[in-house]
Structures are given as C-alpha cells and as structure tokens.
Design a binder for this molecule. Structure first.
Ligand code: TRP
Length: 370
C-alpha cells in the first residue's frame, strides 16, 4: 500500500492510515455533535465515508463560541473531473450550506505543471474545464472564492515564502519520498498548498479557523501546514478526510482519469456511462445465473454497489435492501448495474446542465483582491 499526494496504490488499509498519519477516526459522539448543527447527517458521514479528522472538536468549540470557520479545498487541474473528485466537492457544498460559511477553493495549476508531463498551456485548458465542474456543484458565488495559483500569485507568493522559509529539504524528502532528482519547483510546492489555510486570516486581518475537507491522500501536505502555521501566528487547520471511491475495475487504489480504464467522468454521456459500467464495473456476482441465485453475490466488492453507497443512493433503507437482495441472490448483477447506470445518469444530467451555464460565471467566483 502507498498513500500520499503523488501516489495511491495497493489495497488500502484505513486503520493503518489512521495510525500512521495520526488522524482520528470519526466516532458516533462526534457525529452527534455535528448533527446538532446540521440537523441531519450527510450520507457520507452516516456511512463513515468521511471517516477521519483532525481537530474537528476544537473547530466546533470555536464555532459554538461564535468564531466561525471557513472551508478550504482544491483541485489539481491536469485532466477531466471524475466521480472521485465530485465526491469531495459535493460534500463540501453540503458543509457550506449547513454551516453557512465561506469557501476558498484552490486550483493548483502550478502543481500539475510541475508534476505532470504536460505543457503549461495544456494545464491552463484543464484549469478552465475543471472550474466549470466546480461551479456546477452549486457553490454560493457570494461565499465562494477561487484561488488560482498562477493567476493569484501576487497575493500567494509573499505568504508562500514565509511558509517555505520554515520547511527544510529533509522534511520534504521524508514526507513525500522525494530524492535529489525531483525538480526544485515540486520541492517548494507544498508551501503553495499551505497558503489558503491562512490567507483569509491575512486578508481579513484576524485569525479565522479553517476546515479542510479532502481525500486522505492529501494529509501529508496538511501535516506540514499544521506544523508551520502556529509558528506564523495562525491556527492549525482542522480537517475532515474521506476514503477513496474505488476504480471501476476493482477495489485497489482510487478512481482516476489517467489509468487505462478511465473512471466515470463528469462529462460522460448516458451511453458512455452505460458502456463503462456494463463493460468494466467489477462485479461481485456469480458466474452463472443458477449459482448467483443459489449462493448470492458479494456487494462488498461489487463496484456498482460501492458507487451507490458512496454517491448515488441517499436512502439508507433502499441501500440496505439492495445489499441484502444482492447477497441473497434475489438481485442479479445485471439488474444492479442497470439501477446504478440510471442513478448515475440522472445525477450527471443535473450536473451537466449546471456545467453548461457555468462558463459565464467564472468571473463571479475568482477571488477579488484590492
Ligand atoms: N493537491 C490537490 C490535488 O492534486 C489539490 C488541492 C489543493 C487540494 N489544495 C487542496 C485538495 C486542499 C484538497 C484540499 O488534487
């Protein structure tokens, strides 16, 4: 198993990650505390898909004292958006709505230029495409601010160097597994990802708590962030971390748009979704109808079921019914796939409509600085 911002592979042992990263499992007591404020719990909380956190109790202490936090998350624009991205962003929207807070959303075009074998121009094209997806999530434009690393370099850079001065090369090597052959831009980069965690405090000239929703592979960056910010006079950011939407083909690693079998993309047509699920979605069903009816399928390894659990079946009772029926053999693989295809397509229809309208809105979302 390897899990860090630059590689996720192998069969992921979340219990081991909790220990190694030093993050905390989200327990029922904390869920109850969240629910006090949100009235209901998002399915990804109820199902422990967002499973770990740092300092969330502290964040809620502050919130209850009237010290509101802001949200910070981001996107590395190097390819098309897939369901794994949408997972974190739709959850972030839920947090924004429930707590009525500002969101700072970082687009790390510098990071992807430095790490990927792609030209600057290509990355800019993905940046534009990806912004449309983020707008399509439905974030409130009055409370959401896009930070583009190269475009906003004028305000980011003075803060990034303050961070960079406190990090030495050996920390970077140990955290990300870098060697002497990594380019020097990539060594500096984590300073850029740290800045949005305190930029609102700089802009508003007061200390504001920060909550970062993210997939667990980003935690190494924010361990560094948490180490540095108190030295600069800011709060450590809190975080809430999710497990990975599995790839179509099985349970190892995470969904990606660059693997041989691409994940399901935000722009896929109904037919593309249908073909991808039918052709590639790993099935926990048995080889023959008779065997399936007799012995039942395995929903825990079935990708269609996992997609329903992660994103597309909000109704817990319905999900449980599907689980039991699949396990008993009453529900067939083909039927489960058809149901999942329908659910995904319905979801994407709305997303794609909003995405069409997003082009005119980019300007409203860009962080304004005076
Ligand atoms: N590094 C992230 C990526 O490659 C992008 C990112 C920047 C991010 N800031 C973030 C992700 C904050 C989550 C939270 O996709």
């Amino acid at each position: 198993m390897r899990v860090d911002p630059y590689k996720v592979e192998g069969s992921i042992d979340y219990e081991r990650l909790i220990k190694e990263f030093g993050i905390k499992k989200i327990d029922n007591k904390l869920l109850e505390r969240i629910k006090k404020h949100t009235k209901e719990l998002h399915p990804m909380l109820r199902r422990k898909i967002f499973f770990a956190e740092r300092d969330l109790n502290w964040l809620l202490d502050e919130y209850e004292k009237g010290n509101k936090f802001f949200l910070y998350t981001g996107c590395g624009p190097s390819g098309p958006v897939h369901l794994g991205h949408l997972q974190v962003w739709y959850f972030t929207k839920w947090l924004q709505d429930k707590f009525n807070v500002e969101l700072y959303f970082q687009f790390t075009d510098d990071e992807k230029f430095l790490y990927k074998d792609k030209s600057y121009e290509e990355i800019q094209e993905w940046l534009n495409e990806n912004m449309l997806d983020v707008i399509a999530i439905g974030f409130d434009p009055k409370k959401t601010h896009f930070i583009i690393d190269t475009l906003h370099s004028g305000i980011l850079y003075p803060e990034a160097i303050k961070v960079a001065k406190k990090i030495n090369f050996s920390t970077i090597k140990a955290t990300f597994g870098f060697t002497d052959s990594n380019n020097i831009g990539s060594i500096f980069y984590t300073s850029m990802q740290t800045v949005p965690a305190f930029l609102p405090s700089v802009l508003k000239k007061k200390n504001i708590p920060c909550l970062i929703p993210h997939a667990v592979d980003q935690d190494p960056h924010f361990r560094i962030t948490r180490d540095i910010l108190p030295k600069l006079g800011y709060y450590k950011p809190a975080s809430i971390q999710c497990s990975f939407l599995p790839p179509l083909t099985g349970s190892q690693g995470k969904m990606s748009s660059t693997e041989a079998v691409q994940g399901i993309l935000s722009t896929d047509s109904p037919n593309q979704v249908k073909n991808k699920i039918n052709k590639y979605a790993f099935s926990g069903g048995k080889d023959t109808l008779e065997e399936h009816r007799k012995k039942g399928g395995n929903p825990d390894i079935d990708i269609s079921f996992q997609f329903l659990k992660y994103l597309f079946e909000e109704n817990d009772k319905k999900l449980e019914e599907i689980y039991n029926n699949y396990k008993s053999g009453k529900l067939l693989s083909g039927e489960l796939k058809n149901y999942t295809i329908e659910k995904i397509n319905k979801f994407l229809e709305g997303h794609q409509k909003r995405r069409e309208n997003a082009k005119k809105q980019i300007k409203d979302f860009l962080l304004k600085v005076n």
